[in-house]
Design a protein. Structure first.
Length: 337
């Protein structure tokens, strides 16, 4: 299957499926009703991200049957099905964190088990070798990444736009070196593109936990796959997902430091504060896209050209984002610029 045909089929399929799921969500009253911290003022159907889940997993099944995806890597990707199921339950009925987090850890442990030891990480001055500790860190990274996308899916279009940007940039980096990551990235980007037609501001349907947690988890699995393939490094992925990593991590840190209830829902991420300040979801989402394309993307490519400098490049790339997140009050309730 050609890359262009794959993208076209998944894009159209996602647009059609998202429209169908919107009708179903309206019929069964799966609606996000605005509360005081909401970024929207009207009730909006939830669960549109299920279109991304269905199409990406179907493609993974096709890839496995066609011999493109090895059995252990297919098994790791299919762990996303458990994450999606948890997300669906959470969308329909708030799932207690005592059930949600253990299930997320179970799926993440399964991924590391399927793929084998997390590859050594080059810190420049020293190499962090394959070890049990690195495997544990890999599991925690997967859990953090899937929750990170959930946290950052708080205004129209931002999570889908980030997903498209990250995957298009990863294609640029690995198109000549890693066929599987190229195809997986294309499938995620295309499915996200079809969904975005419905999710762009003003959104006609929200992604929901089913979508946001699945895409964060899938990116984490792809990061591990590419590290095993030797086609990308951990620092390349840190740069590609830098906007979300910085905002979510700094927000959580500041809320914890201020002794706020950091596990409860809130609207104090830097991107949410920026959207309120500029009175526009689209402006913030487009800014995130531009940061990815013209700052983080080139640096991610550079980190692959000079892998021994990956950590330094990542720090240089993320530092301005930390300053920007602080400027927009990451973790500060009722922030004013």
């Amino acid at each position: 299957m050609s890359l262009l045909l794959l993208i076209s089929l998944l894009f159209v399929g996602s647009a059609l499926l998202t429209g169908l799921f919107r009708l179903v969500a309206q019929r069964v009253r799966l609606i996000d009703v605005p509360v005081s911290r909401s970024a929207h003022s009207n009730p909006v159907p939830v669960g549109g991200g299920l279109s991304i889940v269905v199409l990406v997993l179907l493609f993974a099944g096709y890839g496995y049957s066609a011999g493109i995806i090895p059995g252990n890597e297919f098994a790791a990707l299919m762990a996303g099905l458990l994450i999606a199921c948890i997300g669906i339950v959470d969308d329909v009925k708030q799932l207690d964190v005592r059930w949600r987090i253990p299930a997320q850890f179970l799926a993440s442990i399964y991924v590391v088990y399927c793929l084998g030891d997390v590859p050594a990480i080059d810190f420049g001055l020293f190499l962090f070798p394959e070890s049990l500790l690195l495997n544990v860190l890999g599991v925690f990274a997967l859990v953090w990444l899937l929750n990170l996308f959930n946290f950052m899916d708080g205004i129209d279009g931002i999570a889908a736009t980030e997903l498209i940007a990250v995957n298009l940039l990863s294609i640029v980096i690995v198109i000549n070196t890693d066929e599987l990551i190229t195809l997986l990235s294309a499938s995620l980007a295309a499915a996200a593109g079809g969904f975005l037609l419905w999710n762009w501001s003003p959104a006609k349907i929200f992604m929901g936990d089913v979508g946001s947690s699945f895409i964060g988890f899938s990116l984490g699995v792809m990061a591990l796959l590419s590290m095993h393939h030797g086609s990308m490094t951990v620092w390349t992925w840190v740069l590609l997902v830098g906007v979300f990593i910085v905002d979510a991590t700094l927000t959580l840190f500041n809320r914890f430091r201020r002794k706020q209830r950091w596990l409860e829902g809130h609207a104090s991420h830097a991107y949410q504060n920026a959207a309120r300040h500029y009175k526009s979801h689209a402006k913030v989402t487009i800014t995130v896209l531009l940061i990815n394309l013209f700052w983080l993307g080139p640096l991610a490519w550079l980190s692959m050209q000079y892998p021994e400098m990956g950590l330094v490049i990542a720090i240089l790339g993320l530092l301005p984002l930390v300053l920007l997140a602080r400027r927009f009050g990451a973790g500060v309730e009722q922030f004013t610029l």
